[in-house]
Ligand binder design. Structure first.
Ligand SMILES: [Zn+2]
Ligand SMILES: [Zn+2]
Length: 458
């Protein structure tokens, strides 16, 4: 089979994989770069311009995996889009929100090429989307009559435990198989249960490596980390400070809300409004509505019932008084400039009573990454628009990752027993760690790190 890495960058960026297997062609994921703006943040679709594509399969609805789907569909007007049923409920909201964000960036940053697609275009594409249950074999290449008569490859979504609807994708041909992990989490989170990748065997494994550069401290446990976060929130609120938790709208927001609901339910945290963003509210609603169709903990926990969720408007972000202790769980997770979390952080940063708690990865080149690296009392550049600021508030990092720990992924490689492993979705040092470890533990497996735009025959 032939696989082309269409990601324009070497690290975790715009994910998109072109796969040709037994004469059929599939695109897996159609992301956008979280930092590069405009067309520079798109996958290298031109490299597969002349290929006729049968289908696009989406692993999950985070922007780095789905954000350029309408652009991909312009390149591949014949392709159907396949995803899990749960992603099917989310994808339209994600894409419409992207249009809104791009329109805002066009105004604020003067990006004339934005939006890269319109609301109308998103609406017009929806009939081409199809949702499937986990663990159903789907005949993705037989949509086109010209191919009738061939025994075409199939595809199957496996629950990846990363965010609602997330999946690893098994592609089965007559002679060979490919498994793509997407973003995967093997351990249980507060809501979502860990990935169900049991009995996955494949000739070729295409694997994320997000946490390859992250060694767990001795004695680390997710439970102790949750307790540390809970205690920190209680402490700040008791001193009448406010707590900001920057979080992705899909997944991380609901996981943190569930934690707050448990704390309030147990009486440890006094009931008080939790401020969230508009998109966070929409996804929270879908988490609640789909709770009994999801492989998860606490299926009866309805976040909207358990918590007093208040959607924060633009005006409030600028005028709200923080005295008395408020709670914000709000986008963007990396505090990109001009987002709600960024604007709130700007207002909170100079007051030592307040706290900003990170619960996920923030690229070092984002305001969130720079804030994490900052020292109290020392001025630092928050962002080009915001200029230098001095932080007096508390900043703390909690490891509540929705990505697999590297040891678990390494074990998984052994279970899959692939002939070839392709490493992706990680920084250079992450992929290098996996290369060394896989080489040492499974010397027969060939390891490839496909460069941006590189086509590999495996
Ligand atoms: Zn993701
Ligand atoms: Zn990702």
């Amino acid at each position: 089979m032939k696989i082309i890495n269409l990601n324009p960058d070497t690290a975790i960026r715009a994910t998109a994989w072109f796969v040709e297997m037994e004469g059929h062609r599939l695109l897996m994921d159609a992301g956008t770069h979280p930092r590069l703006e405009g067309r520079a943040g798109l996958p290298l679709y031109d490299l597969s311009r002349n290929e006729e594509l049968d289908a696009i399969a989406i692993s999950h609805c985070h922007h780095d995996h789905v954000g350029s789907l309408p652009v991909a569909l312009r390149h591949f007007p014949q392709a159907h889009v396949l995803m899990t049923e749960l992603s099917y409920f989310l994808v339209e909201r994600v894409l419409h929100n992207s249009v809104n964000v791009m329109k805002r960036q066009r105004e604020e940053l003067g990006l004339k090429e934005y939006p890269l697609y319109s609301h109308d275009e998103v609406d017009s594409l929806f009939p081409r989307f199809q949702g499937f249950k986990y663990n159903r074999e789907v005949d993705w290449a037989s949509f086109h009559k010209t191919r009738a008569g061939f025994l075409s490859p199939t595809l199957e979504f496996h629950d990846a435990g990363h965010a609602l609807g997330s999946a690893g994708i098994m592609v089965r041909g007559r002679k060979e198989t490919l498994f793509y992990t997407g973003d995967v989490c093997f351990h249980d989170q507060t809501i979502l249960s860990g990935a169900r990748f049991e009995d996955v065997k494949a000739d070729v494994l295409l694997m994320e490596t997000t946490r390859g550069n992250r060694q767990l401290a001795p004695g680390f446990s997710r439970e102790s980390e949750i307790e540390r976060l809970s205690n920190a929130i209680l402490r700040v609120l008791q001193h009448r400070g406010s707590v900001l938790i920057p979080a992705f709208a899909l997944g991380r927001t609901q996981e943190i809300l569930a934690l707050l609901a448990i704390l309030m339910g147990e009486g440890k945290l006094k009931s008080q409004p939790v401020h969230i963003g508009g998109l966070g509210r929409v996804f929270t609603e879908i988490y609640d509505l789909e709770s009994h169709r999801t492989h998860r903990q606490l299926p009866n926990l309805e976040l909207r019932e358990a918590l007093n969720l208040v959607v924060l408007g633009q005006e409030q972000i600028e005028k709200m008084k923080f005295a008395g202790g408020r709670l914000f769980v709000i986008t963007a997770g990396m505090m990109s400039e001009n987002t709600a979390s960024f604007k709130l952080a700007q207002r909170m940063i100079g007051d030592e009573r307040h706290a900003i708690f990170f619960v996920g990865y923030a690229d070092p080149d984002t305001p969130g990454g720079r804030l994490k690296a900052s020292k109290p009392g020392e001025p630092f550049l928050l962002g080009p628009g915001a200029g230098k600021v001095t932080r007096r508030c508390e900043v703390e990092d909690f490891d509540l990752t929705a990505h697999a720990n590297r040891e678990d992924l390494l074990d998984f490689v052994g279970e899959v027993e692939p002939r070839v492993v392709l490493l992706s979705h990680g920084e250079d040092d992450s992929r290098d760690w996996f290369t060394a470890q896989i080489h040492a533990r499974y010397p027969k497996i060939k390891i490839i790190q496909p460069k941006p735009g590189e086509a590999v025959e495996v």
